[in-house]
Ligand binder design. Structure first.
Ligand code: UT7
Length: 325
């Protein structure tokens, strides 16, 4: 009997503090940083984002999303035999955010670890969980993307601080004799590491280097549109499917113009693209599971449909997962 993984449930969580572009622009103006709702909407499609309150970390957002996913799957936390958290904004340097989520769920024993692939993190984490389930080393996995990017933004740099938000999304992934995840495809190319990075690090009891996000937006944009088409085609080919099989395209939510370009190249109409970037901004590793959960809960995504999840981000990393929901 073939062994596959399938999505048993989804969940998500956004911190309550929501800032519209106008709210953020007003806060930035106090510091002499000039931006506008018009610029942000026109260049990115973003209208609002959520920021976590002081003291709230990725594990806090992750555990809320995890509880919703467990409930949707009708699982008890005690049944879990794997927890993977994708994050680039962990609570601490170590231990992993996944171990904190495990403890907050009131369980112990199962493996729990983080995956760090920036905005492709959830795609990487889902691919790892799928491989572990197919290999027989897990039956019930929780795969979470959780971020507090507001903590690593430079609010004096208008080219980046208007783009990102905080949040978490989770998927309960179970072993099944029916697919499930149809194909996974992940990549990296470290020569592009400088175009999107947080170059600071901890050393000798201090932070060395700049601990805030730096991005060459145009370089990222150009690379993103190319690799997103390529990885989607690779996943389709691995599954022996055509573009027309895609019922829902759920891309990483960084910029509506990147999503429109990818959809056009894959001949997927925008009505079949799940868009949350307008309300969430870019939540990095959380953006794909947040969008997935939203469209499952509002009834757009139905059982049996084919979903193309794909992401791109710092590293440079990129990848996709094709899912029969
Ligand atoms: O999640 C990881 C993946 N990340 C991404 O996919 C991000 C990819 N990149 C992008 O989405 C876009 O490149 C940005 C949204 C970051 C920038 O859009 P753009 O159309 O490439 O704008 P630009 O960088 O060429 O800037 C155009 C102008 C500049 O002014 P000048 O030099 O033409 O006078 C900027 O200074 O817009 C100015 N600008 C702003 N103006 C008002 C940049 N940021 C702002 C701002 N408000 N927030």
């Amino acid at each position: 009997m073939s062994r596959y993984s399938r999505i048993a449930g989804t969940g998500s969580h956004l911190p309550p503090r929501r800032l519209s572009n106008a709210d953020l622009a007003a806060e930035l103006a106090i510091q002499g940083v000039e931006t506008s709702d018009e610029w942000i909407v026109e260049r990115t499609g973003i209208r609002a984002r959520h920021f976590a309150a002081e003291g709230v970390g990725s594990s806090d957002l992750a555990v809320q999303a995890a509880r919703h996913a467990l409930e949707a799957a009708s699982w008890q936390a005690q049944e879990l035999d794997l927890i993977i958290v994708a994050t680039s904004t962990p609570d601490m340097v170590f231990p992993s955010t996944a171990t904190m989520v495990q403890h907050k769920l009131g369980i112990a024993g199962c493996p729990a670890f983080d995956v760090q692939a920036v905005c492709t993190g959830f795609i990487y984490a889902l691919s790892v969980a799928d491989a572990m389930i197919r290999a027989g080393s897990a039956k019930k996995a929780l795969v979470i993307g959780a971020e507090v990017f507001s903590r690593i933004l430079d609010f004096k740099d208008r080219t980046t601080c208007v783009l990102f938000g905080d949040g978490a999304g989770a998927v309960a992934l179970e072993a099944s004799d029916q697919p499930g995840l149809l194909a996974t495809d992940i990549h990296a190319d470290g020569k592009h590491r400088d175009i999107l990075c947080v170059p600071g690090h901890v050393s000798g009891g201090s932070v060395l280097g700049d601990p805030v996000l730096k991005m060459d937006g145009q370089a990222v944009f150009k690379l993103a549109v190319g690799v997103l088409e390529e990885t989607a085609r690779t996943s389709l080919a691995k599954a022996g499917l055509q573009e027309s099989a895609i019922d829902w395209l759920i891309p990483h939510q960084a910029n509506i113009r990147i999503m429109q370009s990818t959809a056009r190249k894959l001949k997927v109409p925008m009505e079949k693209v799940v868009v949350t970037v307008d309300q969430h901004g870019n939540t990095s590793a959380a953006s794909i599971p947040l969008a997935l959960d939203l469209a499952v809960r509002d009834g757009r995504i139905q059982r049996g449909q084919t979903l193309m999840l794909e992401g791109v981000g710092g590293g440079f990393t990129w990848g996709s997962v094709l899912v029969k929901y």
